[in-house]
Ligand binder design. Structure first.
Ligand SMILES: Cc1cc2nc3c(=O)[nH]c(=O)nc-3n(C[C@H](O)[C@H](O)[C@H](O)COP(=O)(O)OP(=O)(O)OC[C@H]3O[C@@H](n4cnc5c(N)ncnc54)[C@H](O)[C@@H]3O)c2cc1C
Length: 393
């Protein structure tokens, strides 16, 4: 009988896994389940929150014809019974192999009035709740990649509004000296205020009170303190960390169930360099497809291999910063900035969709990535840099 492979979540990881599996396993039923019909280009949500909605690509148009797409919400996983519960007619769907790629569209809440740009619903809520052109005093909590991109994007479209970036850590601490200087110069020139190394005591009404007894008022607050995955796997009995990411082994399998693979932001490989990001979600999805094809064909297996090459950040629409990195994500002194930075960042964004399309259309595997052992050496484990996806407040 044909094995049935269920993939949960049609984000970067889920879509690449589905298409790449279909090319390599002819005798399998592949079903991709996701809650919406449109592909959510999360890496552009700071653009959407500042400049409004863009037309979405249909998920169906990103998939090979043999991949079955089921648009519904997953409400439960019963791993012992190899079954997933879906909202549509409260049905149970059986699997032989499961790939969990549900992403991380939630946040760890700080305050009830806060906004988020982690999910499409949150961005829509933000656009609906606020008459955005009326926002005069925006405070962004968290100055990681997402907070920085949001602050600079907003200031680009609304140069007269006051924008403040708040962080308990030092802004740019995971960047090289050159990159940090460039960031500070850019923020100063564009009048984006930075309150870093500043701990929040409490937020009451429209005012933030800091531990150093100072205060800051706001008319809009956005929480960019890190990504949080859905609690569904945890409630379904998987071992998860504080961000609800599922613990995986070096083959990206759940620790408890070897037929369950986890990709993208849903996966947590302990003591590794891996962080949440599209940069890791695509390779993980592609690897799982290759690996699962090998499992089904009884071939030899090798663990997930990955190294970083750089970090890309947009600074408004006309500027950008590319921080070249060592394989373990530590910054090199080499940066690309200004218009070239913006150009490369835009190319990288487009390359993600291009890769999904190529993986759909070409008969051979298209996507590749820098390889290497992602497990950190023992002595480097404590000093891992904080980047996107890490909780910063
Ligand atoms: C503003 C912003 C900028 C970013 N910029 C970058 C960047 O420059 N570089 C980078 O590497 N990363 C960036 N990221 C992070 C990146 O977007 C995520 O790491 C990436 O999307 C993770 O991919 P994924 O496939 O794991 O999950 P996702 O892309 O989140 O996809 C998960 C899918 O699962 C679906 N889903 C979830 N729960 C359910 C359910 N219960 N039932 C059915 N379907 C469900 C969701 O609707 C979604 O379609 C950025 C994120 C944000 C918010």
């Amino acid at each position: 009988m044909k094995p049935k492979i269920l993939i949960l979540g049609a984000g970067y990881a889920g879509i690449i896994a589905a298409n790449r599996l279909d090319k390599q396993v002819k005798d399998a039923e592949i079903v991709l389940i996701s809650e919406s019909s449109g592909f959510k280009e999360r890496i552009r949500y700071h653009e959407t929150a500042s400049a409004g909605l863009k037309k979405e690509i249909l998920i169906r148009d990103l998939l090979r014809t043999n991949v079955n797409f089921l648009q519904t919400k997953v409400t439960g996983i019963l791993p012992k019974e190899k079954t997933v519960i879906i909202e549509a007619k409260n049905q149970n769907v059986h699997y032989d192999y499961l790939v969990i790629a549900l992403g991380s569209s939630e946040i760890r809440k700080i305050q009830t009035k806060e906004n988020s740009i982690q999910s499409k619903d949150a961005v829509l809520e933000f656009l609906k709740r606020k008459e955005i052109s009326k926002i005069q005093n925006l405070c962004i909590i968290g100055s990681g990649l997402t907070g920085l991109e949001m602050a600079t994007e907003w200031k680009y479209f609304y140069p007269k509004s006051r924008v403040t970036l708040i962080d308990r850590s030092e802004l740019g601490s995971s960047f090289s000296k050159k990159a940090k200087e460039y960031l500070h110069t850019y923020l100063l020139k564009n009048e984006i205020e930075v309150l870093d190394k500043t701990k929040i005591d409490k937020i009451e009404g429209n005012e933030i009170q800091f531990e150093n007894q100072t205060k800051r008022s706001f008319d809009c607050i956005i929480n960019c303190t890190g990504f949080q995955s859905s609690s569904l796997p945890k409630e379904s009995g998987f071992k998860t960390n504080s961000q609800n990411r599922i613990y995986v082994d070096p083959f990206l399998r759940s620790l408890e169930y070897p037929e369950v693979f986890v990709a993208g932001d849903s996966a947590y490989l302990e003591n590794s360099i891996l962080r949440m990001g599209c940069v890791t979600a695509l390779p993980m999805g592609a690897y799982i497809a290759d690996h699962l094809a090998n499992v089904i064909q009884g071939k030899n297996l090798s663990p997930f291999s990955f190294q970083f090459a750089g970090r890309c950040m947009s600074l408004g629409r006309e500027d950008g910063l590319i921080q070249m990195t060592h394989g373990d994500d530590k910054p090199k002194e080499w940066i690309i900035k200004g218009k070239w930075g913006a150009f490369i960042k835009e190319l990288v964004n487009r390359f993600t969709i291009f890769s999904l399309m190529m993986e759909k259309n070409l008969p051979f595997r298209f996507y590749f990535w820098p390889k290497g052992n992602p497990i950190l050496e023992k002595e480097k484990r404590i000093s891992k840099p904080m980047v996107a996806g890490d909780l910063v407040v």
